[in-house]
Design a protein around this ligand. Structure first.
Ligand SMILES: [Zn+2]
Ligand SMILES: [Zn+2]
Length: 185
């Protein structure tokens, strides 16, 4: 979501302040002890207004270039290329393992292949992920920040290249290990 022309960051900020104020008012109202018990329709009205305010707040954050992870809902800067992976839905780096484990089970083989190669490319370019073809040669698990098992891209998981030749990129396993090591302090 890009800012449309005419929406300057300043405009977005004032929108943000506005929406924040509205939410504050809702909270103030809800927190007053002396108020009579609000009727159910009044509560619905407050909740509906609250939702409108939250949508405006999200729009404002979008204009400022801050968007949420679709998995954990936390906000990240869109301009940081390593923060969010664009899988059609946006997923933050911290959620990648959990998201991918669940997501890839729901995909067709073809969609999984496409998205998996995009994900591996992103992890390599943005997080210095390394590809291992031998599972006995992985870094110690305490040194691993992220650990994914992926189909070998060269033989597309078959373990064979050009007919019967054993794939040298995965040593015939059809599988590779994608590891992001912990940053050394
Ligand atoms: Zn997340
Ligand atoms: Zn291979």
């Amino acid at each position: 979501m890009d800012a449309s022309p005419g929406h300057s960051p300043a405009a977005a900020e004032s929108l943000l302040a506005d929406a924040g104020l509205c939410i504050l008012n809702v909270y103030t109202f809800a927190g007053k002890q002396t108020m009579p018990e609000p009727s159910e329709s009044r509560v619905e009205e407050v909740v509906a207004r609250h939702e409108v305010d939250l949508d405006r707040l999200k729009d404002a954050l979008g204009l400022l270039g801050v968007v949420p992870c679709s998995w954990c809902k936390k906000f990240f800067r869109r301009s940081d290329p390593g923060a969010l992976f664009d899988a059609g839905e946006l997923v933050c780096y911290g959620c990648i393992h959990e998201w991918w484990t669940q997501r890839c089970a729901q995909l067709s083989i073809k969609d999984r292949e496409t998205l998996e190669s995009k994900l591996v490319f992103w992890l390599r370019s943005q997080h210095h992920a390394e590809i291992f073809k031998d599972p006995t040669k992985l870094p110690e698990s305490s040194q691993q920040e992220l650990h994914l098992i992926a189909n070998c891209l060269e033989c597309r998981g078959t373990g064979k290249l050009m007919g019967d030749e054993r794939c040298r990129y995965c040593e015939g396993r059809g599988t590779v290990w994608v590891i992001v090591s912990r940053k050394q302090a």
